[in-house]
Write a protein that binds this ligand. Structure first.
Ligand code: PLA
Length: 411
């Protein structure tokens, strides 16, 4: 007897999921056949020729690894020891006392996203009553991560459309008003999507309120070295909180600064108040990781450990990072120049120059963003964010025309 044909799928009730607001843009871009098309959706670095870029230092490290003929055995649950040491040192500074005192629990995890997800699972398990505060707006996936981990969240004010700047008073008021002991998600540098960061003085005040309210800061550091070109400068905020003796969560990513996007390399660090607590926290993070994905991939972690562990390669990395950050700053300036020269309305575009990192938050609304894509073949997220890392100097004039048309001719 043949098996009976099924005429109604068991999955009939499964609805179609909407495309991802960021990664879905790349899919739409691929389908567009127009030569003028430009992908400013996902934050992925491109060369001036708009090609993906593998850092020379990464190729060099990979060749050395190949020569040595390393094996493919499983890593421990916590990841590669040399990577974990290197990543905590890059983040906090190699001579930070919290490292010497064994206060940092570090686990290699699946890049920034996986590290955030692991910390979210930890919060859900040990602080089921606690809420996470996230900035409004924030990277779209933050909400998904906490929703899927069943961690309740609410938003604090961050962006002020009137000034196209930081709503600092609103931010402080909302963090102050949150239930004591909340987790406050902060972008370590180069806030995504706005490109607006607090000043050093503002970071101090933010730390004051968080400390007063016994909240726990939870940093998402996806762009260390990529915002300013300096690893130390971009770690300023995190180090300030750690210096105050606070317990801090930090998720790290090597997708952008070392261009390891698809290798999925990153870490979750928890700075604790004693080595015993750090050991216990780490043991529980391992316990969460084991049934989720067992242990992390080795290749990218070895690249990081080898690059950071070799003074020559470390220097080469810093140079290439500076070049990438520099290219983004150049297109930022050129875009501003093009907009200012072409737009005769008198609108002040200087907010673009005040933003930092790989994105510019243009202030274009959904209808205007749709016009950018439908009429001009410029692919971007619907919140008005454009990735300057996907822009070349040669395309700035074209982009300026598209922005001016969308801004003035679409409501
Ligand atoms: N945190 C923030 C603030 C990010 O912007 C991103 C990536 C991540 C974490 C996660 O990156 P990772 O998992 O690769 O380490 N944001 C990108 C890509 C660049 C994306 O959406 O996945 C973006 O276009 O916003």
């Amino acid at each position: 007897m043949m098996a009976l044909a099924v005429d109604v799928s068991r999955f009939e009730g499964v609805p179609m999921a909407p495309p991802d607001p960021i990664l879905g843009v790349s899919e739409a871009f691929k389908a567009d056949k127009n030569d003028l098309k430009l992908n400013l959706g996902v934050g992925a670095y491109r060369t001036e020729e708009l090609q993906p870029y593998v850092l020379n230092v990464v190729k060099k490290a990979e060749n050395l690894m190949l020569e040595k003929g390393e094996n493919k055995e499983y890593l421990p649950i916590e990841g590669l020891a040399a990577f974990n040491k290197a990543t905590a040192e890059l983040l906090l500074g190699a001579d930070n006392p919290v490292i010497k005192q064994g206060l940092v629990a570090t686990l290699q995890a699946l890049s920034g996203t996986g590290s955030l997800r692991l910390a979210a699972a930890f919060i859900q398990r040990y602080f089921p009553e606690a809420k996470v505060l996230i900035s409004s707006p924030t990277w779209g996936n933050h909400k998904n991560i906490f929703n899927d981990a069943r961690v309740p969240w609410s938003e604090y004010r961050y962006y002020d459309p009137k000034t196209v700047g930081l709503d600092f008073e609103g931010m402080i008021a909302d963090i102050e008003a949150a239930p004591e002991g909340s987790f406050v998600l902060l972008h370590g540098c180069a806030h995504n999507p706005t490109g607006i960061d607090p000043t050093p003085e503002q970071w101090e005040k933010i730390a004051d309120v968080i400390q007063e309210k016994k909240h726990t800061p939870f940093f998402d550091v996806a762009y260390q070295g990529f915002a300013s070109g300096s690893l130390d400068e971009d770690a300023f905020s995190v180090r300030l909180f750690v210096k105050r003796g606070m317990e801090v969560f930090v998720a790290q990513s090597y997708s952008k600064n070392l261009g390891l996007y698809a290798e999925r390399v990153g870490a979750i660090n928890v700075v604790c108040s004693s080595p015993e607590v750090a050991d216990r926290v780490k043991s529980q993070l391992k316990r969460l990781a084991r049934p989720m994905y067992s242990n992390p991939p080795i290749h990218g972690a070895k690249i990081v450990a080898n690059v950071v562990g070799d003074p020559t390669m470390f220097g080469e990395w810093k140079q290439e990072m500076e070049q990438m950050a520099g290219r983004i700053k150049n297109v930022r300036q050129k875009l501003y120049d093009s907009l200012s020269a072409k737009d005769k309305s008198g609108k002040d575009w200087s907010f673009i120059l005040r933003q930092i990192g790989m994105f510019s938050y243009t202030g274009l609304n959904k209808a205007q963003s749709d016009n950018m894509t439908d009429k001009w073949h410029v692919y971007m997220t619907k919140d008005g964010r454009i990735s300057l890392a996907g822009l070349s100097l040669a395309k700035c004039d074209y982009l300026a025309d598209a922005i001016i048309d969308s801004f003035h001719n679409v409501n």
